[in-house]
Design a protein around this ligand. Sequence first.
Ligand code: LLP
Length: 425
Amino acid sequence: MNSFKYKKNHLFCEGVKVEEICKNFSTPFYLYSSKTLINNFKLLHKMLNGINFLIAYSVKANSNLSVLKTFAKYGAGADVVSIGELKKALKAGIANNKIVYSGVGKSINEIAFALKNKIEQFNVESIEELKTIAKIAEQINTSANIALRVNPDISAGGHPKISTGKKTDKFGIPISDAKNVYELAKKFKSLKIVGIDIHIGSQIRKLAPFKKAFKKVLSFCIELDKLGFNIKNIDLGGGIGINYDTDEQDQKFLIEYTNLIKSTFKNTNKKIIVEPGRFLVANAGILVASVLYKKTIDSKNFLIIDAGMNDLMRPALYDARHIIRPLKKKVKNKTVKKFEVVGTICETADIVVKNINIYKSVQQGDYYFIDKAGAYGHVMASSYNSKSIAGEIMVNKNDYSVVKKRINPEDILKFEKIAPWLKKN
Ligand code: LLP
């Protein structure tokens, strides 16, 4: 399923030898496989078959327009959290009635834009937000489709920085308060209650938290039905975890997750919305880098590469482990030793991978790639230390194209100016 494979010791992305791309583009750059994106989407689609569902791709995982367009062509919807993501989703051709809008801090401007574009639903996260949406909808003489994002108070496990479903997290409305908030929503003529929403966290690798959350949502929905609310969408959020250590996508967990959805909701006639991000894009992208230097301090070996926390934040922010491999496997001098692979940023946290076997004979200019970097990679990149922001390249069969240019320091300088008073003597 993954389209990054070694052929005769050289890494290929679909039909393209990655070293060939390196001849034309300097590192670091992100490289995506359109085939893997499509395969991931089709697989999830197939597994949900049998129920009424919508896959609303969570744009935050990778918002490159060509990635969005690839999914749009297969009928994907989108989960967006800003006007920027919404504009990108619309530009990529994702239908407005397949777009859900999440996030705790939607601004007035963002709400008005989403209303004008008649999105499928706002996932409302507080009473104040609910009232604001109602007011803006009334002002522009329209009605807003709303779902309440309820917080089921469930610990999803995994890294605390990406857990969202506990009542101490900032997200959603406590499920215990939600009935009153639905009653409140009913009073606004400009609001149309269409759904309910949860999202308990990301990179969840166990079924139990999903099971608990889905059960809670279903029983709450049954209660809402009895009270006469017309809930037509149940949005289950995202969160499917992937295995960062293996080459292949973890199908077993996906089967369990989708079976759970089907068995839990088989008797409802409602539309089940899922918002996967990572699952659809992580293994469809790599980050290609070159070796700059190596050095040994007190028997600890450092390999310094030209990609770091400014390109891929995940290791520094969440202690995430991404495997790094060479673009060209050696046939001679294959002995390895342990290295700490680091980036160029002046921060001790700028570690790309700790304690990993790398060829002893590794040298300046060798190409390496960081695997499964397609999700929360480029979207979280920054120009910290006034570095460039890496470009993005997409492969389709034997062809490839730059889908986002590298942003160079000169480009960033165009946005800055010296304050006028500093120019005087
Ligand atoms: N829906 C909502 C409302 C979300 O907040 C998220 C992710 C998703 C869907 C998609 O979740 P996924 O299927 O990708 O797990 N930067 C972190 C992940 C942060 C996730 C934020 N919300 C990382 O690199 O692991």
